[in-house]
Design a protein around this ligand. Structure first.
Ligand SMILES: NC(=O)c1ccc[n+]([C@@H]2O[C@H](COP(=O)([O-])OP(=O)(O)OC[C@H]3O[C@@H](n4cnc5c(N)ncnc54)[C@H](OP(=O)(O)O)[C@@H]3O)[C@@H](O)[C@H]2O)c1
Length: 503
């Protein structure tokens, strides 16, 4: 066993997240860094022999991951414990110490329902499971949702601080494990050609979409959880605001984790809280009704299992946000997320400003003066020649659009695109987000995990949006499943700012 070997203990080891994401990720890490994982221990309340636990996991794995898991399987164990029952945790330390790597570093993963985070952290601490001795470090990965508003997130942070040092806490947002999300840092701060333009002088607007085709799915309790949460809290508060912070942050002075996280939190703190009086114009919320997605009839949100028939929860949200910093001034950040949309994709689109003098592509029937007047009044919207599209999923890549002269006698400019596609360039799929994040946690690198203040800053803004919605009585509109959401969201683009990109 190498000195860096560690034990990974998954509370919720029999759950959906563990089976679908964590076990395949651990099997891949075991191949990537042999000797890093001493053992993996799944924890749940029900008794289960190790062999049955291994067989359950193997049965769930995609055929291409089974091979990797075969090598790890003899080091995978199952131990029953109830995190809400202190006495069962008291005996856990001894049980874990007897398994391979019991005396080395240990990573606890809380793949549990959110209301078990508190008893789990408290229980682990009371039972001495998080006490560190020499090289025997103890770290705790906490899943989302981290709180449901600012107050609950603060309370959770204060509770966690009581029992753990911040350096032991790894609050996960799996979006940050995506290769293309990390590439936002590389793209911005390695290439000198974009950074000078990355500000309000040259960027007119940034839009971001996280579109899903799925509804509530068949996950146990998913409908009820979502009905209590909604799209703003489930997607915007975490994944989308993380994207915003990476797009908008100031250059860090180094890749030191605290430096990067401090620059990100600066952005979240600078998000302007919406003015409730302007809320009707700055935000749209809606829920899907029955419709058709991928050629199949699907039920409306209120008919999904676990969702209240009179639910007012949003499954679609579109917001016009602003970041009150010198760099961003009044550049709008348009954020859109929806379920049951026609296509699954996540992307960020940066619209650069049009050139100060419009020399090309004027309609033939307008003279110089009439053309300029039409541009000024907004009667004629110019096409933005330069658009940068950062594709996060499902096809990862970067596209830069610029104008080129079309062949012929006329000086007619048309769009052309430079396209970087991750798979084409590297001949491989990007690694799974959980693989990268679990490995970072094993290495003790918290860069891609959220700090307490980041979570709180994001909740502050999300709470302000929710309060604005309530005060302004912003209605929850309806959209048929399989459409791009309510047309009211198109009004979030003002004048000639453009329109939503549909991937
Ligand atoms: N599933 C995903 O794709 C996904 C994605 C992102 C985030 N998450 C988050 O990850 C967490 C887990 O989600 P999940 O979908 O995996 O849930 P799940 O399928 O319901 O699994 C819950 C797990 O927790 C265990 N458990 C429940 N009560 C326990 C207790 N008192 N003590 C010890 N173990 C207990 C269950 O085993 P027993 O019943 O045997 O105790 C089971 O293994 C949630 O916070 C969720 O929001 C999930």
């Amino acid at each position: 066993m190498t000195a860096a070997a560690a034990q990974v203990v998954i509370f919720g080891g029999t759950g959906d997240l563990s089976r679908r994401k964590l076990m395949p990720a651990l099997a891949a890490i075991d191949q990537q860094e042999p000797g890093r994982i001493a053992s993996v221990v799944g924890i749940g309340r029900r008794p289960k022999p190790d062999a049955a636990f291994r067989a359950d996991i193997t049965g769930d794995l995609a055929p291409d991951v089974r091979g990797a898991f075969t090598a790890l399987a003899p080091r995978v164990f199952y131990r029953p414990a109830d995190v809400a029952d202190r006495s069962s945790l008291d005996t856990l330390e001894r049980a874990l110490a007897e398994l391979p790597g019991g005396d080395v570093g240990r990573l606890y993963y809380l793949a549990l329902e959110a209301d078990l985070f508190e008893p789990a952290v408290r229980g682990l601490a009371d039972a001495g499971l998080v006490a560190e001795r020499g090289d025997a470090w103890r770290r705790v990965v906490v899943e989302k949702p981290f709180g449901h508003d600012l107050e609950s997130a603060r309370a959770l942070n204060r509770m966690v601080e009581q029992y753990l040092r911040e350096s032991q806490v790894y609050r996960i947002d799996h979006y940050l494990g995506k290769e293309t999300v990390q590439n936002l840092l590389g793209f911005r701060f390695h290439n000198a050609i974009f950074e000078p333009l990355w500000n309000a002088h040259h960027i007119e607007l940034v839009q971001m979409t996280v579109a899903e085709t799925v509804g509530m799915g068949l996950g146990k309790g998913r409908g009820q959880f979502y009905d209590e949460t909604g799209g703003l809290r489930d997607m915007v508060q975490n994944h989308m605001l993380q994207l915003v912070s990476l797009i908008a942050m100031e250059p860090p002075s180094s890749l030191d984790p605290e430096e990067i996280r401090s620059r990100k939190v600066d952005v979240l703190r600078a998000l302007r809280c919406p003015d409730p009086d302007g809320m009707l114009a700055e935000g749209v919320r809606a829920r899907y009704v029955a419709g058709e997605v991928d050629g199949k009839r699907v039920a409306g949100f209120r008919s999904e299992e676990g969702v209240a028939p009179e639910s007012t929860t949003e499954t679609y949200v579109a917001l016009r946000a602003e970041i009150g910093t010198w760099r961003w001034g009044e550049v709008p950040f348009l954020l859109r997320h929806g379920k049951r949309l026609p296509k699954r994709f996540t992307e960020v689109v940066v619209h650069f400003r049009t050139p100060p003098l419009s020399l090309f592509d004027r309609p033939g029937d307008l003279d110089d003066i009439a053309y300029r007047r039409a541009l000024r009044s907004g009667a004629l919207c110019e096409m933005r020649p330069n658009v940068l599209r950062l594709r996060i999923q499902p096809s990862e890549g970067i596209e830069l659009t610029f104008g080129v002269k079309a062949p012929g006698a006329a000086m007619r400019m048309v769009p052309a695109t430079l396209d970087f596609d991750y798979r084409e360039r590297f001949g491989t799929e990007p690694p799974e987000a959980y693989q990268r994040l679990l490995l970072d946690a094993l290495h003790g690198d918290p860069t891609l995990f959220l700090r307490a203040d980041e979570i709180e800053a994001a909740w502050r803004w999300v709470d302000a949006v929710r309060a604005g919605w309530e005060r302004a009585r912003v209605p929850v509109l309806e959209y048929p499943a399989g459409t791009w959401g309510p047309t009211e969201a198109d009004q979030l683009f003002h004048g000639c700012e453009g329109s939503w990109s549909n991937g």
